[in-house]
Design a protein around this ligand. Structure first.
Ligand code: C2O
Ligand code: CU
Ligand code: CU
Length: 510
């Protein structure tokens, strides 16, 4: 495959030059990939939105809040009961043309689900789509058969009840999205994704005003429809999407000068690595995927939020009135032969108003204790591999886990309820992959590059960890519920195209 590599390197196209790149692929690579069913049609997709768009997609609108899914449990707060509709709706995204989106409760992103630790949850999915779907509660430790796995599709036109408890200690920022076999990437791209927040009665930051920023991506084709994934998307992930926050393009978030806020940010894009930085400000890191850290970490100038990850940041706005500061996603190379090199992108603008300066807010020195999971008694070796495999998707390179393509009927790893395991995740490929395990929050122990091992600078609960090329991430994992769990790359095109596997968590032998 030397020929492909040099062709790709030679083209070294920034994202804006996709057409040139695709033409190059067509000319230089097509001959080498005969047998790969789908060829890209190059000129059909656009990298920017059509000029006339709906008000929501006009830059500079106020940051919208997402609707909240109503609890219908009639005043009984120990239960959360709701219905969630998944349907296909025509939406005016491009003026004069309707775009067909898939949405939860006729909203994209879908409604925020707000839960409380200890609650019993019963949510009925009403699947009005023309295809099967599932709802996956990303990051939450729900029973395996309630987790919306690809093995449990909800057929088109049918309803399905998901039921689970929200354990104590799970307060944090999560999200939910479809996980049907082979169609996760397309259903998310078409609009099915939404946030979920679990609250704790003893939240040490309850006094800090909160803002939710749910970041998704959109790319339209020439007919103003959601662009289908093309050969490059299937290869390096859908990185060409334009960023939206709570469904809005480059919105403005206005606050009083000096205001202190807790930002919960979700990276719900398929493949975009968001190296977040806020002009003129630093961040105080207080939480990750599974909730609060042991203590705040101050003065971060940037935070890399990989696909599927969440972060809680405290932002203290500049005390000067009428200021404007861009929240940006800075260039992050995924090192895929130069194709996946990002340009800096703006995400939103923080604007200070001319109101009186807000009163200062003091953060507690301790947040929520995190105990090390303890000594591991088993070890699991995971490798990411790269192959010139032809799949039906038309990817130019295929990424695998432990050298194998995903098989829904195969168990790849056997685990045990309650056992602490050391997972060594080795990335033998040429691009970075966000590695995600269902069913539990885990702890990153260290990262090894060559002979150098760096211990994690702080303990945190995460369900997704970014593993750059050539690196080994060492994790401590403990599953507390039995059943089959997915683990996969959360670049959704990789996940749908082979880079997924199954861990079967079994009851300990008596
Ligand atoms: Cu967001 Cu298999 O998960
Ligand atoms: Cu998940
Ligand atoms: Cu990947």
């Amino acid at each position: 495959m030397k020929g492909v590599r040099s062709t790709l390197r030679h083209l070294r196209a920034p994202l804006v030059d996709r057409r040139t790149f695709l033409r190059g692929l067509g000319a230089g690579v097509a001959g080498l990939v005969v047998g790969c069913g789908r060829q890209s049609d190059g000129g059909e997709t656009t990298t920017s939105l059509p000029e006339a768009v709906s008000p929501q997609l006009v830059p500079g609108q106020p940051l919208p809040a997402l609707p909240i899914l109503r609890n219908e449990s009639a005043g009984d707060v120990s239960h959360f009961v709701a219905t969630l509709v998944a349907s296909r709706d025509d939406v005016a995204v491009h003026a004069g043309r309707m775009t067909s989106l898939a949405r939860y409760d006729h909203h994209s992103p879908g409604p925020l689900i707000e839960l409380v630790e200890g609650q019993h949850v019963r949510i009925e999915l009403d699947n009005r789509l023309a295809q099967a779907t599932t709802v996956h509660w990303h990051g939450l430790p729900v029973p395996a058969d309630q987790d919306g796995n690809p093995m449990d599709p909800v057929a088109a036109g049918t309803k399905h009840v998901y039921e689970f408890d929200v354990p104590a200690g799970t307060a944090g920022t999560y999200w939910y999205h479809p996980h049907p076999h082979d169609a996760t990437a397309s259903q998310v791209a078409e609009g099915l994704a939404a946030p979920l927040v679990v609250r704790a009665a003893d939240d040490p930051l309850a006094h800090v005003p909160e803002v939710l920023m749910f970041i998704t991506g959109i790319a339209l084709d020439a007919n103003a429809q959601i662009a289908a994934d093309d050969a490059i998307d299937w290869t390096i992930g859908r990185q060409r999407d334009l960023l939206l926050v709570n469904g809005a393009r480059l919105p403005v978030h206005a606050v009083a000068p000096g205001a202190t806020q807790r930002w919960r940010i979700v990276n719900a894009t398929a493949a975009i690595h968001l190296k977040l930085a806020l002009e003129g400000h630093t961040f105080t890191l207080v939480g990750t995927d599974g909730g609060l850290l042991g203590e705040p970490i101050e003065d971060l100038t940037e935070f890399l939020l990989a696909p599927a990850q969440r972060v809680e940041l405290i932002v203290k706005a500049n005390a000067a009135p009428n200021g404007r500061y861009r929240l940006r996603a800075l260039r992050y190379a995924t090192d895929f032969m130069g194709v996946g090199t990002y340009v800096d992108q703006d995400v939103l603008t923080l604007a200070t108003t001319n109101a009186l300066p807000a009163a200062p807010v003091t953060l507690p020195p301790k947040l929520r204790p995190i105990a090390d999971l303890g000594p591991a008694t088993a070890r699991v070796d995971i490798s990411f591999d790269e192959a010139d495999l032809c799949t039906s998707k038309g990817a130019k390179r295929t990424f695998l886990i432990n050298g194998r393509m995903f098989d829904m009927n195969r168990v790849d790893v056997v685990s045990e309820v309650g056992r602490v395991e050391l997972w060594n995740v080795v990335n033998n490929t040429t691009m970075s992959h966000p590695f995600h395990i269902h069913g539990t929050q885990f702890q990153l122990v260290s990262r090894t590059f060559g002979t150098e091992t760096t211990a994690t600078p702080y303990l945190a609960w995460v369900d997704t960890v970014l593993v750059p090329p050539g690196q080994t991430a060492t994790l401590k994992v403990k599953q507390t519920l039995p059943g089959k769990r997915m683990f996969h790359c959360h670049i959704l095109q990789h996940e749908d195209n082979c880079m997924m596997a199954i861990v079967d968590v079994r009851a300990p032998a008596a």
